[in-house]
Design a protein around this ligand. Structure first.
Ligand code: FE2
Length: 162
């Protein structure tokens, strides 16, 4: 361990992220970095967390553009931060990622959990549909998301009302 080392900071979301935000917070430049397939993964991740910290609709929609990335790891991280942002503008994209059977299971799992975290009831039919997905990671994530939505509504027991 280096005595000169930097210590990763706790984010405004209470998480210690795998990559710190970039000093530059212009959405256009962060989007370009995020979508640059030649850029190192660490820098693309830094763009992810910078956009998340911006919290705006534009930043959220910029993150949605990042799902074109060839990296399943990056797509999974994007889905995770969209859940942290809790912005409904991400829902159409998250629904699309969950519903895409060609998508990596880790990304579908994170998209389902993000939909639960966002907390909008419009996703109930989608989550119910994919709670029967043949891939257990997808099905279980949808059940957790449905239970979270039920819990937010004050349900006392798991898997009650849906
Ligand atoms: Fe996860």
């Amino acid at each position: 361990m280096s005595s000169k080392g930097r210590i990763p900071q706790v984010s405004q979301y209470g998480s210690v992220d795998p990559a710190p935000p970039l000093p530059n917070n212009r959405v256009s430049e962060l989007t370009a970095r995020l979508c640059d397939e030649e850029s190192p993964m660490f820098q693309r991740m830094r763009a992810v967390f910078s956009l998340r910290n911006e919290r705006s609709d534009d930043a959220c929609l910029a993150l949605c553009k990042g799902f074109t990335s060839t990296s399943a790891l990056l797509r999974h991280e994007i889905a995770y931060v969209l859940g942290q942002m809790q912005n409904v503008v991400a829902l159409p994209t998250l629904i699309e990622r969950l519903a895409d059977e060609e998508e990596h299971v880790m990304v579908r799992h994170e998209a389902a959990e993000a939909m639960g975290a966002i907390g909008d009831r419009s996703v109930l039919p989608t989550l119910k549909k994919f709670s029967r997905d043949p891939k257990p990671e997808v099905a279980e994530s949808c059940i957790v998301a449905l239970d979270l939505l039920a819990w937010v509504d004050g349900a006392e027991f798991e898997q009650t009302q849906w």
